[in-house]
Design a protein around this ligand. Structure first.
Ligand SMILES: *Cc1c(COP(=O)(O)O)cnc(C)c1O
Length: 446
């Protein structure tokens, strides 16, 4: 049981005096480019609650961006970290390796989709996983071009900025970007349907449109890899039309293009399956993971077909901290929690509860253009009713109102008009329902 009381409680205004003092120090010390969604400073967290330095307890519908899927300070994670940190904190896997790294790799090879022989490499962040997946695909195919998709988000390093679609705030002013990166149209059922009903429901047609661009603008003989999120995260929780991902994978197989699934946000039970690719179902060549893997500790991985993963030369992959022993211990604690507490099943139950509530809300409020997502990864797209034009101002106002009322929600979307919910899977039914009630009340007031 979490030590933080499991109830929403507003002790002060949001932000309270303690957070205001910290914000003043922060402005003088922290680079302005690093922004925060809420103005409150965390003191402790667990279950479905984040408590701030003023004693305010907020309902957590964000999980630190899909990271604390197993809950904050989850007991198995805390125990595993405590014992590892007392044994040794670092030797560097490239100097004197250790068992935890190997055990995490074995677990990833076993849990990821695809009944073929696999290998894994461990890294520090989602962006670093994507960087390495591209290195591996180029090494294997001896080709250089890489394609990503509209609305895609893959990180903030130079190569991953090139893969990421949205300019503001992720890329603007930070170029030039890595060369030989291209972009294809994604499947966005809600917005595609506004143009052409079939395109919104028929994933194979949406894939044909994308493949046309790939063949025309790059050529399969130049293309090393296709990089895609099975459900787009930052781009707006966009679930592609059925058939889109399988058709792209089939095309990759026919053309010796490595299919890289970016499951950094969707992985580890978040979507009501261990990995979002299982919903299709598809078995990608390489899978990038991070966020939810380590119960809050920084860890990331690339996992995939042995013959592809083993293409780079010995010493071609690695990094000082990649697969840090404490982060590996945390990951094993997190994975044990997912299995022992059937968090995949829990995510499915959260999906039913959230979709039911939000669909009722949508029926009475035509500013909600779309409700979508899977598992504990559900969003509403807010629009101007007559035109379905994105309404980022309403979205921002709703998020801020929720924050003031003690509920952590996040926004996303290419057009900034998507309110997304990513509760930890350890949240109680009562807190989840209360969080959704606050959302409904605040929307009604706007
Ligand atoms: C967050 C995210 C990344 C980047 O991960 P970092 O750990 O922030 O580098 C990459 N891809 C997706 C889909 C993400 O959601």
């Amino acid at each position: 049981m979490p030590t933080v009381p499991q109830s929403r409680h507003l002790a002060t205004e949001i932000p309270g005096p303690g957070s205001v003092r910290l914000a003043q120090r922060r402005t003088a010390a922290v680079a302005r480019g690093v922004a925060s969604t809420l103005p409150v400073y965390a003191a402790r967290a667990g279950g479905g609650i984040v408590e701030d330095v003023d004693g305010n307890r907020l309902i957590d519908l964000g999980s630190g961006i899909a990271v604390t899927t197993v809950g904050n300070a989850a007991p198995r994670v805390v125990d595993a970290v405590r014992s590892q940190v007392a044994e040794f904190t670092h030797t560097c896997f490239m100097v004197t390796p250790y068992e935890g790294y190997v055990t995490v790799a074995e677990a990833l090879n076993r849990l990821t989709p695809g009944k073929f022989e696999k290998r894994s490499v461990l890294l520090n962040s989602g962006a670093e996983a994507l960087e390495n997946a591209v290195k591996i695909a180029r090494s294997y195919t001896r080709k250089t071009a890489v394609a990503a998709f509209d609305h895609g988000y893959h990180g903030r390093t130079n190569l991953t900025m090139a893969l990421t679609a949205k300019s503001m705030p992720y890329k603007s002013g930070f170029g030039p970007f890595a060369p030989d990166i291209y972009r294809a149209p994604a499947s966005y059922p809600y917005r595609d349907s506004l143009i052409d009903k079939d395109l919104g429901t028929d994933g194979e047609r949406a894939a044909e449109r994308a493949i046309g661009v790939l063949e025309n603008q790059i050529g399969a003989h130049n293309l090393a890899a296709l990089v895609i999120e099975p459900i787009q995260g930052e781009g707006g929780f966009i679930v592609p039309a059925p058939g889109f991902l399988p058709a792209l994978l089939a095309w990759c197989r026919d053309n010796d293009v490595v299919f890289i699934a970016d499951e950094v946000q969707t992985g580890f039970a978040r979507t009501g399956a261990m990995f979002a690719c299982e919903h299709e179902p598809i078995a990608p060549d390489l899978i990038c993971t991070a966020k939810g893997i380590g119960g809050g500790l920084p860890l990331a991985a690339v996992t995939g077909r042995a013959e592809i993963m083993d293409a780079p030369q010995v010493s071609g992959l690695g990094g000082t901290f990649g697969g840090n022993p404490v982060a590996c211990a945390a990951a094993l604690g997190a994975l044990a929690t997912v299995e022992a507490e059937d968090l995949v099943g829990r995510a499915q139950r959260i999906e039913r509860a959230v979709l039911e509530r939000l669909s009722r809300l949508q029926a009475d409020d035509d500013r909600i253009g779309d409700v979508r997502g899977r598992g504990a990864m559900i969003a509403v797209e807010l629009v101007r009713p007559e035109t379905a034009e994105p309404d980022p101002a309403l979205t921002k106002a709703l998020a801020t109102a929720c924050h003031r009322a003690g509920v952590i929600v996040l926004t996303c979307g290419t057009f900034g008009n998507v309110l997304r919910l990513l509760p930890p899977l350890t949240i109680s039914d009562e807190l989840l329902a209360e969080g959704l009630d606050v959302l409904a009340d605040e929307l009604a007031k706007l």
